[in-house]
Design a protein around this ligand. Structure first.
Ligand SMILES: *Cc1c(COP(=O)(O)O)cnc(C)c1O
Length: 408
């Protein structure tokens, strides 16, 4: 190979220990394909550390259900599942049968809870592949019971109780007849009961406490009737952090193991850090004269000579489509985004970063040097929440898994 090309590839290749390029979320790229100069890094060692810190923070006896829906918020459901199981998670949870089957196909045999309600057509599949369903209505309980009987199985279900979110679940004051229907079916096992908070990561907890008291009403009534539940669970990450009186037997955590706190006001666990970073390399540099414009719609006009860098990443990759807002970290400094973000590119002002040069690494989300562009900072750019930012990065950005020392 020509040494110039070797050198170019060298400058573009990773410095830390990378493995499994594009594992998990995407079909793996054929090896040897040149890397795209825009990518997502997932720090697996930090992710594992987050699980360890969480386990240390959790009261003993409290079980963990790891929510890995939507590819673990864009991080890879299979890697998330592996780390969660390693950390002792009792259950995984996803939102669709497809998501669950992807885990089964990857050889994951752990218990999987399907969040939300199921269509009748999905039930035979759930019974065949041991996917645990939430039950909100008598008809689904009946059908599951019949399918289980036909398969010669006793199928576990979790009773979904609507305590005020009004999305899924049987209304709390109508839950007992449904519970009884499940309990009296010989082929069903009422293994769990759950509810979901409409508000758990804000300072204001009045409604969450009302929901909790409604859930407790049902739980107490069931206990009076001698119904023993193994898994009572209502907390998501916010509930786990701030509502210890609502922990019950198990907590459902999605965002927290990823190192992102659900809000800016919830309790902090020291050491927990975001595992996802988004990076790109400077692909072109332009020197502007006063009066020069940048990008579609000429949304930026230089008032003095400026040096600007083009980063080959845009809203087609999930970056918010902002204009003259936000920034990238380059050589540890903040380079403001100028002009509008395009589908495949955005431009930043590097006039105040003289050492910046072609193919330098820029961080759009994550740490560089002493500075960090947090998930919450990106969320503010699009007037949205951290959850949305994590889930919005598109599949065409390769995911690179760093420091993935598998335990045998
Ligand atoms: C997504 C989801 C969770 C996880 O929420 P986090 O805030 O990410 O921990 C828990 N429970 C249900 C029902 C969910 O839909």
């Amino acid at each position: 190979m020509n040494t110039l090309i070797e050198e170019l590839i060298e400058t573009q290749s990773p410095t830390s220990s990378r493995s499994e390029v594009t594992a998990g979320c995407e079909a793996p790229a054929p090896t040897g394909r040149p890397p795209r100069p825009a990518w997502i890094e997932i720090d697996v060692a930090r992710w594992r550390q987050n699980f360890a810190l969480l386990k240390r923070d959790m009261p003993s006896g409290l079980q963990l259900l790891a929510v890995v829906k939507d590819e673990a918020y864009g991080h890879s459901a299979t890697v998330a599942a592996r780390l969660a199981i390693e950390a002792g998670a009792k259950f995984l949870a996803v939102s669709t049968v497809d998501e669950a089957m992807k885990l089964r196909d990857a050889g994951i045999r752990a218990r999987i809870l399907l969040l939300g309600d199921r269509q009748e057509a999905e039930l035979p599949w759930c019974v065949a592949h041991d996917l645990t369903c939430c039950v909100s209505e008598p008809r689904i309980a009946e059908q599951l019971g019949q399918l289980a009987a036909r398969a010669g199985k006793r199928v576990s279900v979790h009773l979904k109780i609507n305590t005020g979110m009004n999305r899924y679940g049987v209304r709390w004051n109508e839950a007992l007849p449904l519970a009884e229907k499940i309990v009296t079916s010989k082929s069903l096992l009422l293994e769990g009961a759950l509810s979901h908070f409409a508000q758990s990561d804000e300072l204001e907890k009045t409604f969450a406490l009302l929901q909790l008291s409604r859930f407790n009403e049902v739980i107490h009534a069931l206990a009076m009737q001698g119904v023993a539940l193994t898994f009572r669970h209502v907390c998501n990450s916010g509930g786990y952090l701030d509502l210890p009186q609502a922990h019950f037997d198990m907590v459902r955590m999605g965002i927290l193991p990823l190192g992102v706190f659900p809000s800016s006001v919830c309790r902090r666990i020291p050491g927990i850090a975001a595992v996802m970073s988004v990076k790109a390399r400077i692909a072109a540099i332009q020197h502007l004269q006063p009066g020069d414009h940048v990008g579609y719609g000429m949304r930026y006009t230089a008032t003095a000579p400026r040096r600007i860098a083009v980063l080959p990443i845009g809203y087609g990759d999930g970056f918010p489509r902002v204009r003259n807002a936000g920034c990238a970290l380059i050589r540890g400094c903040r380079a403001p985004i100028i002009g509008g973000v395009a589908m495949d590119a955005l431009t930043v002002d590097i006039t105040d970063i003289p050492p910046a040069q072609l193919w330098d690494e820029a961080v759009l989300m994550g740490r560089q040097g002493d500075d960090e562009i947090s998930v919450h900072e990106v969320a503010r750019l699009k007037n949205s929440a951290s959850y949305d930012v994590l889930c919005s990065w598109r599949g065409r950005l390769p995911r690179i898994y760093l420091n993935d020392e598998r335990v045998a």
